[in-house]
Design a protein around this ligand. Structure first.
Ligand code: ADP
Ligand code: MG
Length: 212
């Protein structure tokens, strides 16, 4: 049986204390399945629904692996909508509380580019956003993805439903080949399996049927 205590992971005491303070008493199934692999730097291909705790399933592990002393974008999280991107950023900020100065920036379409371009003059450690706008910022040269160590495709099936496949593919081409890629999707139609084959390396596969 997979242990469900956060203390079964090798996490610093202040990180465990923060999880406790957030009311996270035990790992959800997608967290128990993903976190050991995320912490070990492996790729993950997880089938999990809304509300299963996906943000912490990648967030706790990726926050642990990033280097806050390097002011470069090390983690890129792609989401289908602004609303979901805002939720992910908010959750990551709560999880990042015990870490020193982790800068997380949300970049989505439907808002003026000017302030986004200005905010990128000081690169954040983590970028969360929607594929179309991120690709535009990347093509302008203001979003730099050459130091990305981990890429997350969150709610991948919804991103494809929204027609983001080409933008996602183009964005991934800006990231290094040597990166960790985490794929989360509620469903696995052929297009998602195809993306996984193209952008992942020996992913650890996790299927979660129940929500908690
Ligand atoms: P998903 O992205 O799969 O829809 P979220 O990551 O947004 O799910 O998490 C859903 C809710 O569950 C959030 O309110 C989050 O704070 C809470 N949550 C996540 N993990 C845990 C946990 N281990 N214990 C308690 N609550 C949790
Ligand atoms: Mg989510």
């Amino acid at each position: 049986m997979t242990p469900t205590e956060f203390s079964s992971l090798s996490l610093p005491a202040d990180v465990l204390a923060n999880l406790d303070a957030l009311g996270y008493k035990a790992m959800t199934p997608v967290q128990a399945g993903s976190l050991p692999a995320v912490l070990a730097g492996q790729d993950v291909k997880a089938k999990a629904k809304t509300g299963s705790g996906k943000t912490a399933a990648f967030g706790i592990g990726l926050l642990q692996r990033l280097d806050p002393r390097r002011y470069q974008t090390q983690v890129l999280v792609l989401c289908p909508t602004r609303e979901l991107a805002d939720q992910v950023s908010k959750a990551l900020r709560s999880l990042a509380r015990p870490l020193a100065n982790v800068k997380i920036l949300t970049l989505c379409g439907g808002t003026p580019m000017g302030p986004q371009l200005a905010s990128l003059e000081h690169p954040p450690h983590i970028v969360v956003g929607t594929p179309g706008r991120l690709l535009k910022l990347c093509r302008k040269g203001s979003l730099k993805l050459d130091q990305v160590r981990a890429l997350v495709l969150d709610e991948a099936d919804r991103m494809l439903d929204m027609g983001f496949l080409d933008d996602i593919t183009a964005l991934i081409a800006f990231t290094p080949d040597q990166r960790q890629t985490l794929l989360f999707s509620a469903t696995y139609p052929e297009e998602i399996l195809d993306i996984s084959r193209k952008v992942q390396r020996d992913p650890v596969e996790i299927t979660v049927e129940s929500v908690h």
